[in-house]
Design a protein around this ligand. Structure first.
Ligand code: SAH
Length: 357
């Protein structure tokens, strides 16, 4: 039995079943046995892969997007160039390379990374050698100033709670123990004010998800951008609202039972963008725009063709399939959405659909 499973069983024996959010926090971030704390889970040899790991084009286009929005706001200097959960540092490396020729951008940028994993902080430091980095455990630790922020596959890793609709209220889905194994269960039924607005679009038995830490984070990002200027680009799988059970565990690129091997699989849930947009007010949110559409509007095809000119054989095939993976409707193009947050009086940034009122 893994050390983390043992510690979870002991905890449940002492204090009773735990919420899914507690389970996710322990599994992902436990100081000595947590999934992110102990390893670099990304890439072909890891458990999952992400857009910046698939192709350099993703980070290049996001970098040029940031630089364009920065110039549109009068090129404020200095500004915070921030990423939430930078993984291996690949996205930020591509952003910095693509923006090298943008006059004044590098001189004005102060690199602030929000990352809890010591293993990944080490990777990021290595990937970004030559740049001065300030690390933070939480966004709240950032100094004030114009904030230009990227978050790719960050919100999906935050702990969620799940509620199942009952006859007269909601049951929280809980994790308990039986015969040395973790099992699912339901908490007592109660009316929940925070789910009042979900009564209209759900029926008895339906599951809804609430990403508790995401809302104060979006609120903080929105307040900073509305006060000091800047922009945020949030990229993740999900949609405007959370529908059903989207909790999943991935190990070796395959779905696994999340209760079998805590701390050894990546745990995620789809992101509900609507509540993030509402929490970020008065900053202005775009609509969650499909990633494929966004990247096409930023010119990924022209960039792909330029890179393809120097490639042949297997490298060319890999490049073509990476382009497809990022943009195609049956790959990441539609499932993944991109949402921007900008100051209330700023124009809608490039590539994004306007929020539908
Ligand atoms: N953005 C990267 C990595 C995504 S994986 C990419 O696209 O490749 C999620 C990242 O968020 C990891 O770097 C992980 O360590 C970090 N992370 C997860 N939960 C976090 C939390 N609560 N606070 C800060 N960072 C967190």
């Amino acid at each position: 039995m893994s050390a983390l499973l043992e510690s979870l069983l002991t905890r449940i024996a002492r204090t009773g079943p735990m919420t899914l959010a507690d389970f996710m926090t322990e599994s992902l971030l436990h100081p000595s046995h947590g999934y992110y704390t102990t390893r670099d889970p990304l890439g072909a040899a890891g458990d999952f892969t992400t857009a910046p790991e698939i192709s350099q084009m993703f980070g290049e286009l996001l970098g040029l997007w940031l630089a364009q929005v920065w110039m549109d706001q009068g090129a404020p200097a200095p500004f915070l160039l921030t990423e939430l959960g930078p993984g291996r540092g690949t996205l930020m490396t591509d952003v910095l390379r693509a923006t090298r020729a943008v006059p004044g951008f590098h001189d004005a940028a102060r690199l602030h990374l929000v990352e809890v994993s010591p293993a990944l902080r080490a990777k990021q430091t290595e990937a970004l050698s030559g740049y001065e980095i300030t690390f933070h455990d939480h966004l709240a630790g950032l100094p004030d100033g114009p904030l230009f922020l990227l978050a790719n596959e960050f919100f999906d890793a935050l702990p969620i709670r799940q509620f199942q609709r009952g006859e007269a209220g909601w049951h929280e889905r809980m994790i308990g123990a039986e015969n040395g194994r973790l099992i699912w269960g339901l908490g007592p039924e109660s009316a929940l004010e925070m789910l009042e607005d979900r009564l209209a679009d759900t029926a008895t038995g339906h599951i809804v998800e609430v990403n508790t830490p995401a809302l104060p984070l979006a609120e903080d990002i929105g307040r900073r951008i509305a006060t000091h200027g800047g922009a945020a680009l949030i990229v993740d799988y999900g949609d405007a609202v959370s529908i059903g059970d989207t909790f999943q565990a991935l190990k070796d690129h395959k779905p696994v039972d999340p209760l079998i091997c805590p701390g050894e699989a990546d745990l995620t849930a789809h992101v509900a963008f609507g509540p993030l947009a509402a929490a970020a007010a008065p900053a202005r949110a775009s609509a969650p725009t499909p990633q494929g559409v966004f990247l096409e509007r930023l010119g990924i095809t022209a960039r792909a063709q330029r890179l393809a000119a120097n490639l042949s054989g297997a490298a060319l095939d890999a490049h073509i399939s990476a382009h497809r993976r990022l943009t195609h409707g049956q790959e990441m193009g539609t499932l993944f959405k991109v949402m921007s947050l900008t100051p209330p009086d700023a124009a809608l940034p490039p590539g994004l659909d306007p929020q539908v009122p």
